[in-house]
Design a protein around this ligand. Structure first.
Ligand code: MG
Length: 171
């Protein structure tokens, strides 16, 4: 299914009274539901419910499609246009060899709560972000992000670590 096929299917469930304002307000509401799930995980100690998160992200997609349907824009063209913009802004990352060349996590192992590396040079760079807990144990460096653990913590830590090692600032 491409994006335009999705938008066409989603339009079947649109109200005849819907308009672009309904689309925009609904998008904000559903984005809020995504934020609420993550907020409850981060600040209320609840497990992240990835199924619920996926469903709310689907609702976000529905309202994006609704705005397209109400405005005549193509969701497919929007997706393609966004990638074209990113390709122009970050041409090196669209080089086919990019992922092989920047497999920056290759030297790290996930121990269930943090990444561990014995590469001291990578460690010192990581400490500059200020967002991560970094310490040395038995010659290894342990890097984690916040207090997240488990699969969600691994995803957060991996994203933060990869971003940092690729030279971006995490904020
Ligand atoms: Mg929803």
């Amino acid at each position: 299914m491409n994006f335009d096929e999705y938008a066409k299917a989603a339009a079947r469930t649109s109200s005849p009274f819907s308009d672009i304002v309904n689309g925009a307000l609904g998008l904000a509401g559903e984005a809020g539901e995504v934020a609420e799930l993550v907020k409850k995980h981060k600040y209320h100690g609840q497990d992240i419910d990835l199924d619920a998160l996926a469903k709310e992200m689907g609702d976000v997609l529905w309202y994006l499609a609704e705005i397209c349907n109400q405005s005549g824009l193509s969701l497919d063209a929007i997706a393609s246009g966004n990638i074209a913009k990113l390709r122009e802004r970050h041409p090196g990352k669209f080089d086919p060899s990019y992922h092989d060349a920047v497999d920056v996590l290759a030297g790290y192992e996930w121990d269930g709560s943090r990444f561990i590396s014995d590469d001291a040079s990578a460690v010192y760079a990581a400490a500059y972000s200020g967002l991560w807990v970094v310490w040395h144990t038995d010659g290894n460096t342990r890097i984690s992000w916040g207090t997240e653990t488990g699969d969600w913590g691994k995803r957060c830590a991996e994203a933060a670590l990869r971003a940092h090692l690729e030279g971006k600032q995490c904020s």
